[in-house]
Structure formats: structure tokens, C-alpha cells
Design a protein around this ligand. Structure first.
Ligand SMILES: Nc1nc2c(ncn2[C@@H]2O[C@H](COP(=O)(O)OP(=O)(O)OP(=O)(O)O)[C@@H](O)[C@H]2O)c(=O)[nH]1
Length: 438
């Protein structure tokens, strides 16, 4: 089952359950069985599906369910069960510890491993290009002496990323040692090693990987997995983990016919987080992986978990474009009093502008993350300094974000507008509707 269909099947199961007159053990079991079938067809490993079922059954209290057998009660119970499924799937995708994060300006060696055809070479360039656009100084080293050499060289040349590889040398360890050495001397901060995926025998592949790892002492080993490989995902990921210290996963080919379940299996097998997904062959078809929005899509819950600072930024810009905030704010109960102090138009405008300036000093990762975990005290101070504002103002801005994100999280099914998709007035009236429901 492809990813796009999985959400539909799960929504269908939940819909069936909400049509029931009472939610008892049988209704819940039927629903969970349908969801389990959908997950299995999407290549989630059997044991994970089984564990999820047991965990959900354990937390659902049937006495409470029986008590809520009017329509509202049933809707609440369905919400509760949907939330429980959401939490279980998030848990599956969260290994509990973040992967090593390279630091700009400090040399890190990142080694990519994966089977031939998994999309490893494509991913190496995408990863390099992603960082290059953010001001890093990446470099690519190709261990493979055959086809990947040409492919990686071509990609690297196109993206103007330094490249090292040797056609004539057959010893991969020698090539990689030379390449890493050279780029360390050139002060590259991200040295990306593309290992070979082609070997007649698995044992030879893993032995070469171990030797390359030994020679380069990578800061992070990334396992690249084809998102459409099916139930083999778990075993494949585990085999790599047993040979080298895999610390992160990138799932490729998540466009088109990809099955989402493989990502869950790879996390379980490697106990490492998925950090990016590949959504096409082109350099920029590469996305940071964020667990909650991914699971939210998987469950057909739409974008309601995905309210990011960037959404707030874009909506503030829309509001400023509309001119008169006093007019807009009368329709914006979603906005806090802080944004409309004493009803003064100018002050409100100035405040929104200040928030926008502060957000201009945030990184893309911070703007696109639904979590403010990235923002610690030091970051708040940096943002304040970079935007010429007070620390207190930056904290105010994040409080405002948390408040709006909280409002949007309650608006299940409502799509968060993309840039330019929704006018501030539409957004304002959505907030207005919400204000009466909260
Ligand atoms: N649709 C799609 N195709 C992809 C994606 N990533 C890679 N590919 C294609 O998949 C094929 C294999 O990708 P490679 O990057 O060559 O894979 P590899 O693991 O390096 O394989 P070898 O070089 O043979 O070891 C190529 O045709 C890529 O263009 C993706 O995210 N989506």
C-alpha cells in the first residue's frame, strides 16, 4: 500500500468506528484490525504493528467508553483513540535520542552506506547541496571506482561542490583516506563519503564498509534506504547496523510509490532517527524529516500538527500587507492582547514588524520546525542580538507562537495555508470560528 493510501485506509477505519452507536471491545478491535492491515500493507513490521495494537488496547478504558455512548461521547472517544494511534506511531519513529548534528565551521566526516540502487549517490549530493545553500563548505569523496564515480562527479560539478575520487585506484580505503585528508586541509566542514553499494557478496560489502569506517573515523554514519523496498526494510537496516555504527537514516524515493512503513522499520532496526527524506532525483528534492507532520499525514489528519513559526511569519506578512490592523484585529480573536495594546494601530503594526525582524534572524530549521526545542536560552539571546531586539521581546514572540500553534492544533482538518494561499482575512475568520469553540 502506498503512503497516500495508508492515510485514507486509517481514516476509513476511524470513520467506521465513529458511526458505531457504542464503542465496545469488539468495535475497537475491528477498527484496530483494519488499521493494522493497512500498516502491514504499508510494510510496517509485524511485531511493531502487534505491539501498537496491544499498547492501545491497554490504555483504552472500556468503562469510560461505555459511559460516553452518546454521539458527542463517541466522537471524543474516536479522537482519543486516534490520538493514541498517533502517539504510538510517533513513538515508533522516535528512537529516543537525536543523531549527531554536524556544526558549521567544524569539520565533520559523514559516511553514507546502503545497498546499490538505494539512492545513496543521489542522496550524498542532495545532502551536500542542502548544506551548501545554508553556507556550509561541503565536499564529496567517492569510494566507488565504477559508475558512482562518474555520477557523483557529474552531480558535484553541477552543484560546484569539491569532489575527490580516483578512476585508476582500486583500493577504496586508500581513496577515502586521501580524499578526507585533502578536504580536511582545505577546511571543508562537511566531508561526505559515498561508499560502494555494489558487491557480489554481502560479506564483501560489509567488510569494505568496515575498513572505510576504520580509515575515516566518521562522526556520523547515515544508512540510506529505498522507501519502496517493502518488508525487507527491517532486516536490511539491521544488517547494516550490525556492521557499522549507523547513527541516522535517510529514506529515499518517498515520491510516487513509496511505502511509509519502511521508515518505521528502519528506525526500529537501527535505533536511529530518520533525518531527511528524498522525494525525487533532483538536487533539491530533499526534505528535513519531522516525525509529527509525517505521522499526521499518515493518519490522514492533515496538517494540523504542522503549525510552524514560518506559518506565523507568512500570516503576519499578509496582515501587514492588508494595511489597517484595527480592521483585521476586530476579526482576530486568535491574536492576543499583546498584539493590540490599547487598540493602538501603530503599536500593533510595530509589534508585528518586530516579530518579523526577529524571525528573519532564525534559521530555516527553526522556522520550519513545529517544535521550539531547538530554541534554548543561548539561541534566544542570539536572535535578540542579531535582530537588535530585547531578549524579553523574543520570548514574547515565542509565547505568541506557542499560543497560535496551540489554537491551530485544535483545528483538526483545517489545512494550514501555504504562502499566498490564504488571505489574512480568511485566516482571521478561521481564528474567529475557533475562538467560539475553545
Ligand atoms: N523517484 C526517485 N528516484 C530516486 C530518488 N533517489 C534516487 N533515485 C534514483 O534511483 C536510482 C538509483 O540512485 P543512485 O543514487 O544511483 O543509487 P546508489 O545507491 O548510489 O546506487 P549505486 O550508485 O548503483 O551504488 C537513480 O536512477 C536515481 O536517479 C528519489 O528520491 N526518488
Amino acid at each position: 500500500m502506498v503512503l497516500a493510501q495508508l492515510g485514507g485506509s486509517i481514516s476509513h477505519a476511524l470513520q467506521q468506528m465513529s458511526n458505531a452507536t457504542i464503542i465496545d471491545e469488539k468495535v475497537l478491535s475491528d477498527c484496530l484490525n483494519e488499521i493494522s492491515r493497512a500498516l502491514l500493507q504499508a510494510d510496517v513490521q509485524y511485531k511493531m504493528v502487534h505491539d501498537m495494537q496491544s499498547n492501545i488496547k491497554r490504555i483504552v478504558n472500556f468503562d469510560d467508553l461505555a459511559a460516553g455512548h452518546n454521539k458527542l461521547g463517541i466522537i471524543q472517544q474516536v479522537d482519543f483513540i486516534q490520538q493514541a494511534i498517533f502517539n504510538e506511531l510517533c513513538k515508533m519513529l522516535d528512537p529516543g535520542k537525536p543523531s549527531f548534528t554536524p556544526k558549521k565551521g567544524k569539520t565533520s566526516v559523514i559516511m553514507f552506506v546502503g545497498l546499490q540502487g538505494s539512492g545513496k549517490t543521489t542522496t550524498c549530493t542532495q545532502y551536500a547541496y542542502y548544506h551548501q545553500r545554508k553556507g556550509w563548505k561541503p565536499a564529496l569523496v567517492c569510494v566507488d571506482t565504477f559508475r558512482a564515480f562518474c555520477q557523483l562527479k557529474q552531480n558535484a560539478t553541477k552543484a560546484k561542490i569539491p569532489f575527490y575520487g580516483r578512476y585508476t585506484e582500486s583500493d577504496p580505503v586508500k581513496i577515502v583516506a586521501e580524499g578526507v585528508e585533502r578536504f580536511k586541509k582545505e577546511n571543508c566542514d562537511l566531508i561526505i563519503v559515498d561508499t560502494s553499494g555494489r558487491h557480489k557478496q554481502e560479506a564483501a560489502l560489509f567488510e569494505e564498509m568496515r575498513q572505510v569506517s576504520e580509515a575515516t573515523k566518521p562522526d556520523l554514519v547515515i544508512f540510506v534506504m529505498d522507501g519502496s523496498i517493502g518488508q525487507a526494510a527491517f532486516d536490511q537496516a539491521q544488517a547494516f547496523k550490525q556492521s557499522v555504527a549507523v547513527g541516522a537514516v535517510i529514506v529515499t524515493k518517498m515520491d510516487g510509490h513509496a511505502k511509509g512503513g519502511g521508515a518505521l522499520s528502519a528506525v526500529a532496526a537501527t535505533k536511529s532517527p530518520v533525518i531527511f527524506i528524498g522525494t525525487g532525483e533532483h538536487m533539491d528534492e530533499f526534505e528535513v524529516f519531522d516525525v509529527k507532520p509525517f505521522v499526521s499525514h499518515l493518519l490522514g489528519m492533515g496538517d494540523w500538527f504542522g503549525f510552524t513559526p514560518r506559518h506565523m511569519y507568512e500570516q503576519f506578512q499578509n496582515i501587514l500587507k492588508m494595511g489597517c490592523i484595527d480592521q483585521v484585529r476586530s476579526m482576530l480573536p486568535g491574536f492576543s492582547a499583546k498584539l493590540r495594546p490599547n487598540d493602538h494601530e501603530k503599536e500593533s503594526q510595530a509589534k508585528i514588524k518586530r516579530y518579523i525582524t526577529m524571525m528573519d534572524s532564525m534559521t530555516d530549521a527553526e522556522l520550519d520546525s513545529t517544535s521550539t526545542k531547538l530554541i534554548n536560552e543561548a539561541r534566544i539571546r542570539q536572535i535578540a542580538w542579531a535582530s537588535g531586539q530585547h531578549v524579553r521581546d523574543v520570548m514574547d514572540m515565542f509565547e505568541e507562537y506557542e499560543r497560535l500553534a496551540n489554537i491551530w492544533s485544535k483545528m483538526k482538518g483545517l489545512k494550514i495555508p501555504k504562502k499566498g494561499e490564504m488571505s489574512a482575512l480568511n485566516w482571521a475568520s478561521s481564528s474567529l470560528n475557533l475562538a467560539y469553540t475553545t
